[in-house]
Design a binder for this molecule. Structure first.
Ligand SMILES: Cc1cc2nc3c(=O)[nH]c(=O)nc-3n(C[C@H](O)[C@H](O)[C@H](O)COP(=O)(O)OP(=O)(O)OC[C@H]3O[C@@H](n4cnc5c(N)ncnc54)[C@H](O)[C@@H]3O)c2cc1C
Length: 203
């Protein structure tokens, strides 16, 4: 679905150069399968917390690995999480996917053995996938035993968006004014919306 030209809601303010499209559920899954690096958000006592993680997608789950630390403690206390992953080629070419889901730990017990092996096999394809989790913990206490924690995020809901250059604008180039040339796109939009301007503060 076409969401809007330029940044949503700014239609009519200046030249439109970019289309933002919604990804289907299947397209979102393809992106998650391909990417493998994202930002995991969890929260505890009303405080959000975001960290980068590697993950591997399989059948509505994102599998990942960690050692014990804040994010694991927080997800144990509150399993509701969010994962964002994106691919940014440039300002006009990007896609991002947002997952809402819940945390499931894969404990080292016979019952979960098959899932732990699956997680291990999926994550092996990521070069040095285990390193960030181990190194971060190791610097805190070099003598502590590092216990690997495998977990997965069940995907309850997923959305995705993709930006591409507006083909209409691409065939009808408009020469920017001197002002537009000299300022960035964000400043240009804000100036048009009168949040920022020469000698003007927000109002
Ligand atoms: C590209 C990349 C991939 C990664 N992949 C993984 C992965 O697959 N698995 C994994 O466990 N870890 C991974 N990490 C490391 C991860 O982002 C966390 O730093 C790490 O997991 C420790 O998180 P924690 O909650 O256990 O922190 P703790 O060791 O418990 O420390 C908590 C404190 O450290 C701060 N902190 C923790 N991590 C960061 C950070 N990254 N940046 C700034 N401050 C931080 C917190 O704000 C908090 O104050 C990756 C990091 C990068 C950059």
């Amino acid at each position: 679905m076409l969401l809007d030209r330029h940044w949503g809601g700014l239609r009519g303010y200046g030249r439109c150069v970019m289309l933002i499209l919604e990804l289907t559920d299947i397209e979102c899954i393809k992106v998650l399968t391909r990417l493998g690096l994202g930002r995991l958000a969890c929260s505890h006592n009303n405080q959000p917390y975001v960290v980068p993680i590697y993950f591997a997608y399989r059948q509505r789950y994102l599998y990942s690995f960690a050692t014990l630390g804040q994010k694991i403690e927080w997800m144990r206390a509150n399993p509701r999480v969010c994962v964002e992953a994106d691919e940014i080629i440039n300002h006009h070419h990007w896609m991002s996917v947002v997952v809402q889901g819940h945390y499931e730990e894969l404990p080292d017990t016979p019952e979960w053995k098959a899932q732990r092996i699956l997680a291990h096999e999926l994550l092996q394809h990521r070069a040095m996938w285990w390193e960030p989790a181990y190194v971060v913990t190791a610097h805190l206490d070099a003598t502590a035993e590092l216990i690997p924690i495998y977990y997965r995020i069940h995907i309850d809901h997923v959305t995705g968006r993709r930006a591409m250059p507006d083909p209409v604008e691409a065939v009808e180039p408009v020469e920017p004014t001197t002002t537009q040339k000299s300022e960035g796109w964000l400043k240009s939009i804000l100036r048009r919306m009168r949040f920022v301007g020469p000698g003007r503060s927000s109002h």
